[in-house]
Design a protein around this ligand. Structure first.
Ligand code: ADE
Length: 259
């Protein structure tokens, strides 16, 4: 059998990854300033790592995953601010395409285009994307049970039975979008964007460079507006962390093994 290398799971923040690392009980290896947790989980070789926040931290982490650990695919799991109409707190967005909303080499190149790539959008891998959508949808019925923070969901006006899994454009930039003005500016510039976060498009670009399959899932923690930072820490700890871990577990359980 050909050894295809481990499946990588990356999150930007400790709270997003801690539940998962506890569940998989992995062995740590440090490279540079990142700790990579390796385990055999649901029949797969898995390596989980906290990238840190922002595009550079995420890109260097994923380059290390590919070069040092020979990973066969990269999954990003975390939270995002909802931008699209109907993308509400507690919903899930699985990225079909990703773009850096703060990249601008105009007038030399069109706004958002990454020079020498001739593209602004990086598409996630079809198979991994489909598996991730299925895993997220499969989690929904058991969701309220999984969420210790249900009281928080309720206080945020989220009904666990109304959670929607969206698929589409996710935009990334080195900014936490936390004002109505920023939100409106982004929506006007990129009307198809469903959610904003700070890492995905850079990870997608690195995976494109190395031809490594990539997919990303984000739980919506806020609406990328004046209220974005209210409840943020509590949300990721109580809601996003267990839910993210459930989606990834569900992914690994249903994803075929490579034998
Ligand atoms: N991640 C979660 N919420 C976000 C926001 N409002 N802006 C950028 N990244 C985020």
């Amino acid at each position: 059998m050909r050894n295809l290398g481990p499946i990588a799971i990356v999150s930007a923040m400790q709270e997003e990854l801690s539940t998962l690392i506890e569940l998989m009980s992995g062995e740590p290896t440090t490279v540079g300033s990142r700790v990579f947790w390796r385990a055999k989980w649901f029949g797969h070789d898995v390596v989980a790592v906290l990238s840190g926040i922002g595009k550079v931290a995420a890109a260097t982490t994923v380059a290390t995953l590919i070069e040092r650990f020979g990973v066969q695919e990269v999954l990003f799991s975390g939270v995002a601010g909802g931008l699209g109409d109907g993308v509400k707190v507690g919903d899930v967005v699985v990225a079909k395409e990703l773009l850096q909303h703060d990249f601008d080499a105009s007038p030399l190149f069109p706004r958002y285009e990454i020079p020498l790539y001739g593209r602004s959008h990086f598409v996630s891998s079809h198979l991994q994307h489909q598996w991730l959508v299925q895993a997220a949808k499969a989690c929904l019925p058991g969701l309220s049970k999984a969420m210790q923070g249900e009281h928080l969901l309720g206080s945020l006006g989220v009904n666990a039975n109304e959670i929607v899994v969206h698929e589409g454009l996710v935009v990334s930039g080195d900014q936490f979008i936390s004002s109505q003005a920023q939100r409106e500016d982004l929506r006007a510039r990129l009307p198809l964007a469903l959610a904003a976060e700070m890492e995905g498009a850079s990870v997608a670009q690195v995976c494109f460079d190395f031809k490594v399959p990539f997919a990303a899932v984000r739980v919506i923690s806020d609406r990328a507006d004046d209220q974005a930072s209210v409840n943020f820490a509590q949300f990721i700890e109580e809601v996003a962390a267990p839910y993210g871990a459930h989606v990834i577990q569900s992914y690994l359980q249903t994803r075929p093994t490579d034998e």
